[in-house]
Write a protein that binds this ligand. Structure first.
Ligand SMILES: NC(=O)c1ccc[n+]([C@@H]2O[C@H](COP(=O)([O-])OP(=O)(O)OC[C@H]3O[C@@H](n4cnc5c(N)ncnc54)[C@H](O)[C@@H]3O)[C@@H](O)[C@H]2O)c1
Length: 274
């Protein structure tokens, strides 16, 4: 089999592999010959090199996972995430960003030149510019989950949209880290998916009581929800050898939704064009 994407025999770590986009990406990575180490709080069904139970908001759980992971990691996929509601704003930030940052920064020393990191942000995080000072304040904290939790407790009122804030943090973090990682020949990117049919969406529109009509406002003009595989392809591509000169980008994977907003063809409900 040709290995144009460069994953054959490479050690890949992926979070959120039990469901949705992460599951689809994990399956694709297994299919193209990667050694996949998957982390999730739920049971992972895709057969792979190793499946590890982890709670992204629990530092001890992340430390145990780090101890079990290989000494060399070529590629990291940060896919785990939860909606707020039904999760609290603080839990959304802890799981979606604080845990992601903790895992990422503890794995970076194991990533060799040519390695890559990709995370899942969201269209909901694209209005980061007006909130940059707040995001930078959070990013300036030390990389311990307890510190992040304490900050959220003290500043909770200024972070009413925990989900949007967690995704703003991923986007700003990705762009901020690109410089230092480039000096080591490592790339970092994230994607901003439009609404996707997954466990996340069921939680958001079911338990969370966000009406499906409200979510539909953010669908692309093709009128459809994405599925996990629609995001798995771009994720795998961005960490692949084919994307070897792409770093520091937040890539909308939304069938043109953000383009329409930026061209003034539809309302800017999320501050995408700010
Ligand atoms: N579905 C959407 O419309 C949408 C849109 C934009 C961004 N996203 C983001 O995409 C990513 C993937 O979500 P999805 O849509 O595939 O949903 P999903 O619920 O199918 O997958 C999320 C995965 O994260 C895992 N997870 C949740 N909490 C965890 C924790 N504390 N520790 C470890 N693992 C945990 C879940 O078990 C699940 O396997 C998330 O980061 C989400 O924020 C989703």
């Amino acid at each position: 089999m040709s290995d144009i994407l460069g994953y054959k025999g490479k050690n890949v770590v992926i979070t959120g592999a039990a469901s949705g986009m992460g599951q689809a990406a994990a399956q694709l990575l297994v299919d193209i010959g990667a050694q996949v180490y998957a982390l999730d709080i739920a049971e992972i069904t895709v057969p792979m090199a190793q499946r590890i139970r982890v709670d992204m908001k629990d530092q001890a759980s992340l430390d145990a996972a780090l101890a079990a992971l290989p000494a060399t990691v070529h590629s990291l996929f940060n896919c785990a995430g939860v909606p707020n509601p039904p999760f609290s704003a603080a839990d959304a930030v802890m799981i979606n960003f604080a845990g992601l940052r903790y895992l990422t920064e503890n794995l970076i020393p194991r990533i060799p030149t040519g390695g890559a990191i990709v995370s899942i942000a969201s269209t909901a995080g694209m209005g980061w510019k007006p909130n940059l000072a707040r995001v930078r304040e959070f990013l300036a904290l030390d990389n311990h989950l307890e510190t992040a939790a304490q900050w959220l407790q003290a500043h909770g009122k200024s972070v009413p949209d925990g989900y949007g804030f967690s995704k703003q943090c991923i986007i700003v973090y990705t762009m901020t880290q690109a410089r230092e990682l480039a000096q080591r020949g490592i790339r970092i990117n994230c994607i901003a998916p439009s609404p996707t049919d997954s466990g996340f969406m069921k939680k958001l529109t079911g338990e969370g009581q966000i009406p499906a009509e409200a979510v539909a406002l953010f669908l692309p003009s093709n009128g459809r929800y994405a599925v996990g595989a629609d995001m798995a392809g771009p994720l795998v591509l961005l960490n692949s050898a084919l994307a070897g000169f792409i770093s520091g980008n937040n890539v909308p994977v939304d069938f043109g939704y953000c383009a329409e907003v930026m061209m003034g063809q539809r309302d800017d409900l999320l501050g995408v064009a700010t």
